[in-house]
Design a protein around this ligand. Structure first.
Ligand SMILES: [Zn+2]
Length: 81
């Protein structure tokens, strides 16, 4: 008798700063994370190079990735004021 498989995966994607915007991806994260300049395919369909600099985390969110991430997480988009 095995235990039921109940692995908790809140979001199947993660945020990745790349080329001037914060994108999201479902690509599998390698041990130790992505390297600078590594090409990752994002939810918006673009393949962009990862930037691990501190400034990169302050970039604006990619609108297409944001919309897709909300859809995948089944969280409605909050309307801008
Ligand atoms: Zn994007």
């Amino acid at each position: 008798m095995g235990m039921p498989q109940t692995s908790y995966r809140p979001h199947p994607f993660r945020w990745v700063p790349a080329e001037g915007q914060r994108h999201a991806t479902t690509d599998r994260l390698a041990a130790g994370g992505w390297s600078d300049g590594e090409a990752v395919t994002m939810l918006c369909g673009e393949s962009v190079e990862v930037d691990n600099s501190v400034e990169a985390w302050l970039w604006e969110t990619c609108a297409d990735c944001n919309a897709e991430a909300h859809r995948m997480a089944r969280v409605p988009m909050v309307a801008a004021p």
